[in-house]
Design a protein around this ligand. Sequence first.
Ligand SMILES: CC(C)(COP(=O)(O)OP(=O)(O)OC[C@H]1O[C@@H](n2cnc3c(N)ncnc32)[C@H](O)[C@@H]1OP(=O)(O)O)[C@@H](O)C(=O)NCCC(=O)NCCS
Length: 168
Amino acid sequence: MIRPARSEDLALLVEIERAAGATFLQLDPDLFADHDPGTAADLRPYADGGRAFVSVDAHDRPVGYLILDVVDGAAHIEQVSVHPDHARNGLGRALIEHAATWASARGLRSLTLTTYVDVPWNGPYYERLGFRYVTEGEETPGLGAVRERERALGLEVWPRTSMRRSLA
Ligand SMILES: CC(C)(COP(=O)(O)OP(=O)(O)OC[C@H]1O[C@@H](n2cnc3c(N)ncnc32)[C@H](O)[C@@H]1OP(=O)(O)O)[C@@H](O)C(=O)NCCC(=O)NCCS
């Protein structure tokens, strides 16, 4: 089940992010050894704004989450993470479909995200979910600013790109 994130979920979401981030260690232990999962305070504006959704287990405990911004008229998936203990059960896909429904209900014309091109559970996965790569020329100013922020945070350790899924 997917429901809006609540205040009391936020600390657990940071732990999900920490655990999900560790999956990158298998690709390059050195590069991702100091992955920063962020803080509950970082997530609060998303929860307060109704832009954070959690996938919960039978005990209503979050095992995955997705947070959204609105960037240049698109619902931008700022993060989607599923705890590795619950991965590959379709929870990521369900969270993304939930985001698509949320966006369509608000008249937003697409879903966007930024991701690693060559990581199997990033670019290729999103392609299977209907996202297409955005060329630099097609990048809207807001999306360009997201990319710039990510560069400043040192996230471009591998080829990284924007992707868009049309909701038309
Ligand atoms: C991306 C993520 C949210 C997907 O969540 P999920 O619930 O596992 O997703 P789904 O069950 O819908 O789909 C899983 C698909 O991802 C791909 N995938 C996931 N883990 C993989 C791995 N270790 N190796 C190869 N492919 C993998 C596969 O295509 C898989 O489908 P399959 O199980 O049928 O082969 C999750 O892998 C995750 O949290 N990753 C770490 C954080 C991350 O990369 N977030 C996105 C940042 S842009």
